[in-house]
Ligand binder design. Structure first.
Ligand code: SAH
Length: 289
């Protein structure tokens, strides 16, 4: 086989230009961010380096960014000068805007002819209510694009040396949320089935109800010594990992207050950390990731 560029990439303009290659993204045929559009974009779990090129492009071409609490402020340093920033999360004791408030605001901004970047942590369709926001935009005939992001439950785990799947530990993985729209432990999850279905369970928003969730998984037949990993601020310099077991999880949470945001991982994905925990020491000093 001949070396060099393959046929399939021949149509790309070669913008590789030594040290200036990154700046020359401008020469690439990125989709145009049209006025009156909403781009619903995932920023990744935290580390700015984990944003996609489309996310970067959107930051550079929007008129307004409506962002959530989970978006690392470091990422907002990449917004073009002159774009407005609107925070859509909970702030200092005030009640957080409802989902309806946020959606109405997106519609209002789009109808005013703005290029609206709706920026969310992780992936917008993973426990991020992105689906609901798109439904409302579609219902109001606002054109939109979705830019997926690296979800904390996969990319965040990687920063803690935990592959979400590994042929030796799990051929499947379950992602679930630890609370429902009313803030309670989700009632419509079949915990017994979850306990049996997958060796590794990755839970978002699960710290608050961990005690009840652990009890439900134990009742479903899960082993008491199954490892439980609590991963806080994944992919950021202040990342922290705490470990307990399913039987010990209730007491652990009563006695400790892990920093948030945090994921809870049940299962032997944790075992890989002894070998694969690479994000440590001086590596954490780099703010890009
Ligand atoms: N759309 C997001 C998830 C939103 S739900 C995504 O795809 O990642 C919010 C929950 O995500 C948090 O309660 C926490 O469980 C998890 N989470 C998000 N970012 C995280 C991070 N950097 N470290 C640990 N957990 C995180």
């Amino acid at each position: 086989m001949a070396s060099g560029p393959t046929k399939s990439v021949e149509h790309w303009v070669d913008t590789r230009d030594g040290a200036t290659g990154f700046a020359r993204l401008d020469a690439e045929p990125f989709p145009v961010f049209e006025p009156g559009w909403v781009w619903l974009v995932g920023a990744g779990p935290g580390a700015p380096g984990l944003m996609s090129l489309l996310c970067y492009h959107a930051l550079q071409n929007c008129d307004v960014v409506v962002y959530d609490a989970l978006v690392n402020p470091d990422i907002l340093r990449w917004v073009r000068t002159g774009a407005e920033l609107e925070y859509a999360g909970k702030r200092g004791g005030k009640p957080s805007p409802t989902q309806r408030d946020i959606t109405l605001r997106l519609i209002e901004l789009a109808q005013a002819g703005k290029r609206v970047l709706r920026l969310k942590g992780g992936d917008p369709f993973m426990f991020g209510r992105g689906g609901e926001e798109c439904q409302n935009l579609a219902g109001s005939h606002i054109p939109f694009r979705v830019v997926p992001g690296i979800t904390a439950g996969v990319g965040g785990l990687a920063y803690a040396g935990m592959p979400a799947t590994h042929r030796d530990t799990n051929h499947s993985v379950i992602f679930l949320t630890g609370h429902d729209a009313s803030g309670r432990m989700p009632a419509n999850v079949n915990w017994e089935a979850v306990a049996k279905a997958s060796p590794v369970i990755v839970m978002y928003m699960a710290v608050k109800h961990l005690s009840e969730i652990a009890a439900a998984l134990l009742a479903g037949g899960r082993a008491p010594d199954d490892p439980v990993t609590i991963l806080s601020n994944a992919s950021m310099p202040q990342q922290q990992v705490a470990t307990t077991t399913l039987a010990g999880a209730g007491d652990f949470i009563r006695q400790n207050d892990p920093p948030t945001p945090a994921l809870v991982v049940v299962g032997h994905a944790a075992d890989w950390r002894t070998m694969l925990d690479w994000y440590r020491g001086g590596l954490r000093e780099n703010r890009i990731g």
